[in-house]
Design a protein around this ligand. Sequence first.
Ligand SMILES: Cc1ncc(COP(=O)(O)O)c(C=O)c1O
Length: 381
Amino acid sequence: MESYSMNIEPLISPDEFVGLEGVTHLCTGGEAPWLKAQETVYADFARLKSAGYDGRGEIYARGERCRQRMGQLWGVPSARIAFMPSAAEGMNWLARGLDWQAGDNIVTTNLEFPSVAYAWKHLRSQGVEVRMVPHQNWIVHEEDLLVAVDGRTRVLAVSHVSFYTGQCLNLERLSEGIRGKGALFAVDATHASGVVDVAAGLTDLTVSSSYKWMLATHGVAPCYLSPRAEEQTEATSFGWHNLAVWPAQRAERLPEVVEKPMPERMEPGNPAMLVVMHLDRGLEALLAIGIERIADHARSLSEQVSAGLMELEFTVISPENRAARSGNTCFLVEDAKGMQDRLAERSVLCWGEYGRVRISTHLYNGSADVVRFLEVLSDLK
Ligand SMILES: Cc1ncc(COP(=O)(O)O)c(C=O)c1O
């Protein structure tokens, strides 16, 4: 374990972000700050948006570059990554697109983010069961999930990193464990992507919001779909972008039309290209540093946060095992929102809800932030 007293410097200066002067920003898990370099994306987009057909061509070219960077970050071919509007939509692709039968089931956990736990809500009336495997003392055990998977499980759906505890699940263990059982493996990587390594190729679907650890903003969620999941799912939304309407070069429509494969398959219309360009700039910064360094940094800071919290006698619910740590370190507080507000009054930004406070440490944080947070927390106790 990193020594609590070891001084860890930020990997990227907080001065490079908007609004971090005089602020201890420990809430990337809620909302990440913007890079100052991302402000130019908006002027760029305005110029290209006003430049007619060629401007649009350049916007799309930047979109493809972003797709490639996502492929690089997740270790999968970029052609298998679509830009969906939200992580919730990614999970719902499977909920809407599989040919569900009465008696099928979905395995997830009882500590899941609502979009993962409830994407299947409408299927219950069709006789589909949602199995919510209970956490044990705030830890979800991969083995417990695997035991719940049987021959009727169509989807194992989990968050890579828990929004509630920060636990980073072992995707390798889960994907190995369900191999040959027929279930698809669906992962919400919103609290993982940009801070820990996301091996999307181990999954059938990986989706992530871009406004947290990937340093972008709302409206775009990259989504990887495996060839197997593409084969097993029907698209349920259609438009000009995911149908092969152009080769005919005719305005008159025919009843039959061919569907395009990935990545357009999941994009019936234009993705939010302004946000895609914003994400592209965020990914450039993340990839320049490298995800392994970022993960190491975040986990070391998480250890410092945990050690300090335990000294102050708070109940930490994040795992102690380093590999199961992430950028989120969480502790129980009955009035979590009240604690968040009191910390914010002292310019320490964190996220408090559902009886726990979440401290997020990303690449612009260092030990000085941890020390300041712990000092303020100790005063407030
Ligand atoms: C695990 C997880 N998934 C998804 C989201 C929200 O993403 P979106 O609005 O893109 O569905 C959040 C937000 O807190 C989250 O914690």
